[in-house]
Design a protein around this ligand. Structure first.
Ligand code: FES
Ligand SMILES: [Fe+2]
Length: 333
């Protein structure tokens, strides 16, 4: 049921906020694997704060709080990788990717706590499918669900090389993801010939949506990961979309695309390539526009209406919001 609209008092834009939500919890793709080389230390901002990332010689990835537990030097400025650890530049203490102190080069005895638990805050990390995933929870709760198993990525030999993209979007994930059930905008903003029907269902952290009887089939794995297939006849093109909050009003959305190696030059190969080009807004002679050419105009400038004025032709907006609410630790409203 939609929330009742108080017609006596429609909120003006002055009262509305752009993104009145905390950072949601879940798994997020914080980097493509190729963005972090063996032995590299880098800094990046996501989940509303700065992190230091490093890759050890065995390929393992650490994502840590920037400030050394010893005397607070910034590990991203002058820190280097030693074996599989990050070494602070100030007094050369070393920490592994799980935050355990592994070396104090001049102390006779390590502080007792170093033997009992990690002393540097790190995030749970899993790397697969060419992506470094981190689990974020504002109260450091352990991961509550698994990363998806994606058939196309499990069988890379029979799929075309993955195409990697990334966009910065000036709003929060909830506002971006709400688009998946907002079917009228597909006609009016994107120029689709009709308003396609949509079905949306949710089960715990997993959501599923089906636009136009399977033309677009999406599975959301929490707020940060969605596995969407665009289908035409027997052809399916995978769009693996990873949205990561940089801060409350900025999202970095990475999208990785692949599809089956259809015979070269075949109609199916052309269809798959077209579905891909359409998704990134580069298909030629198209009536309907890909997301980055039109959605960004809206996302970068809109405000969030907690009690929107909906009509009977709108998609299941409130059902979607009910689903998404579970990923916030503090109540948003
Ligand atoms: S501040 Fe990092 S080793 Fe001393
Ligand atoms: Fe859109």
């Amino acid at each position: 049921m939609n929330a009742p609209v108080d017609l006596e008092r429609i909120q003006t834009g002055d009262e509305l906020e752009r993104c009145p939500f905390p950072i949601p919890y879940g798994w997020f793709g914080v980097q493509y694997s190729h963005e972090l080389e063996v032995g590299q230390v880098k800094m990046d901002t996501f989940f509303g704060k700065e992190w230091v990332l490093f890759r050890g010689e065995d390929g393992s990835v650490g994502i840590t709080d920037p400030y050394c537990p010893h005397l607070g030097a910034h590990l991203g400025h002058g820190g280097i990788v030693e074996g599989n650890n990050i070494r602070c530049t100030f007094h050369h203490w070393q920490f592994n990717s799980e935050g355990w102190c592994k070396e104090v080069p001049y102390g006779k005895v390590m502080p007792g706590i170093c033997k009992k638990k990690p002393v540097l805050k790190t995030l749970p990390v899993v790397e697969k499918y060419g992506v470094i995933f981190a689990w974020y929870h504002p109260e450091d709760a352990e991961p509550m669900w698994d990363l998806p198993i994606v058939p196309e990525f499990e069988d890379p030999d029979n799929h075309v090389d993955v195409r990697y993209h990334s966009w910065d979007i000036g709003t929060c994930i909830q506002e971006i993801a709400e688009n998946s059930v907002d079917t009228p905008h597909l006609k009016f903003l994107h120029g689709a010939p009709i308003i396609p029907p949509v079905e949306f269902e949710a089960d715990g952290p997993i959501s599923k949506y089906n636009i136009m009887d399977g033309y677009i089939w999406g599975i959301g794995h929490g707020p940060g990961i969605s596995e969407t297939r665009h289908n035409k006849g027997d052809v399916a093109m995978l769009m693996f979309a990873l949205s990561t909050p940089v801060h409350a009003e900025l999202t970095r959305t990475r999208m990785a695309f692949t599809w089956k190696k259809y015979p070269e030059g075949s109609e199916d190969a052309k269809t798959a390539e077209h579905l891909y080009n359409h998704s990134i807004g580069e298909a030629e002679g198209e009536d309907s526009a890909g997301f980055e050419s039109v959605d960004l105009i809206v996302w970068d400038n809109k405000k969030y209406r907690p009690n929107p004025l909906l009509c009977d032709g709108d998609g299941p907006i409130m059902k979607f919001r009910e689903y998404f609410k579970q990923f916030y630790v503090e109540s948003a409203e």
